[in-house]
Design a protein around this ligand. Structure first.
Ligand SMILES: [Zn+2]
Ligand SMILES: [Zn+2]
Length: 364
């Protein structure tokens, strides 16, 4: 198969030929139809987020068709020592221990492992099922987690393998390329929105793949979206308004009303105090990326009155189920720019330069 491989920081992705991977026990062999490009891929490329053992096939927003499945359930991910089954790992409130026996797959994962089924493969690739986070509905924080396209080969390739328990059925109404950006921008964006609580007026700083999905979710939920872009980026501000934003402006501007929450998707630390300054008392700023430049110091007065700053990390399978059920109802319609596999590097550079609206998707 053809694949685009990360070989080291500062080096461009390289096209290689590799054998089609063999699914291990509990894994699916997936023919990749589409794979979204994410800002995290840029952080990996630039070494701001580490890849422990290159070469690695990037890509963690995969839509594909199941071609085959490996042996019995509950197998460890590649490169992970088998551990005793978590016999005490009782299923905990819809987000519990994934290794707690055969139910784990059906309860949380795709139930879509049949040959020919269409599945989505997200960033969360494997969790241990045994740690304090996995056993308390917070598998997104599992210290042993493995992530698709960082620790496990991802979707910038014609084929991939994925643990069935972390794959999801794709909303039938969405095409492959439309659905791909849901698998990270949509799912982690949705988790960030959940962390905003019942906030009605929501600011989105950086109107890219995640924000363009969330704007549609917010509109459907009856929230008001305030879109913040680089100063003078009228194209993106118009794009935000077309998706239902009630206001769009530059990130230094003050919206007409104080906001109840803000999500900062751009990896730009100075946006955090800017967002704090436009929050109503009790509001939260959620930092939505895996990496951000340094946050400058700011006066306590803009945090006072129970304002909060927090981050969002990864996703749980419960987040994914909720978001993927909601997306066709809203309905979320993604704006995508497609690239052939060998142009994955160009897609990443176009993302860096802000050359497209919405999301980029690789079509192997
Ligand atoms: Zn864990
Ligand atoms: Zn991502």
């Amino acid at each position: 198969m053809r694949a685009m491989v990360f070989e080291g920081v500062g080096r461009p992705l390289r096209e290689v030929r590799r054998p089609i991977p063999t699914p291990g026990p509990g894994q699916l062999l997936v023919r990749v139809h589409a794979c979204g490009v994410c800002r995290t891929d840029l952080h990996l490329l630039d070494g701001e987020v580490q890849i422990a053992s290159p070469p690695r096939i990037l890509g963690h927003q995969i839509i594909g068709t199941v071609l085959a499945r490996g042996g019995q359930e509950g197998a460890p991910a590649p490169g992970v020592e088998a551990q005793g089954a978590g016999a005490q790992g009782v299923e905990a409130q819809g987000a519990g221990a994934p290794d707690a026996g055969a139910q784990g797959a059906g309860a949380h994962g795709a139930q879509a492992g049949a040959d020919g089924a269409r599945v989505g493969v997200p960033w969360l690739g494997w969790t241990c099922g045994r740690c304090e986070y996995c056993t308390s509905g917070r598998e997104n924080l599992c210290p042993n987690a493995l992530f698709t396209g960082r620790d496990i080969d991802g979707g910038f390739a014609e084929y991939t393998v994925a643990d069935e328990r972390y794959c999801f059925p794709v909303p039938p109404s969405m095409s492959n390329e439309q659905a791909a950006p849901l698998m990270c921008a949509g799912l982690i964006g949705y988790r960030a929105l959940r962390l905003c609580g019942p906030a009605r007026r929501i600011g989105l700083y950086g109107f890219g793949a995640a924000a363009h999905i969330l704007a549609q979710v917010c509109r459907w939920q009856g929230r008001e979206v305030y879109a913040f872009t680089r100063a003078g980026d009228e194209r993106t501000q118009a794009f935000a308004r077309s998706l239902g934003a009630v206001w769009a402006g530059g990130s230094e501007e003050t919206p007409p009303e104080p906001l109840h929450a803000a999500i900062v998707f751009a990896p730009v630390g100075p946006l955090v105090p800017l967002a704090l300054r436009v929050l109503a008392p009790g509001g939260t700023v959620v930092c939505g990326g895996i990496h951000m430049s340094e946050i400058p110091s700011f006066p306590y007065s803009i945090l006072w009155e129970e304002r909060a700053v927090r981050s969002v990390a990864n996703l749980t399978r419960a987040d994914a189920k909720e978001m993927l059920a909601l997306a066709p109802k809203a309905p979320v319609q993604t704006t995508v720019t497609t690239y052939p596999l060998e142009r994955a590097g160009a897609a990443l550079e176009d993302l860096r330069a802000g050359r497209f609206s919405g999301a980029a998707v690789i079509l192997p």
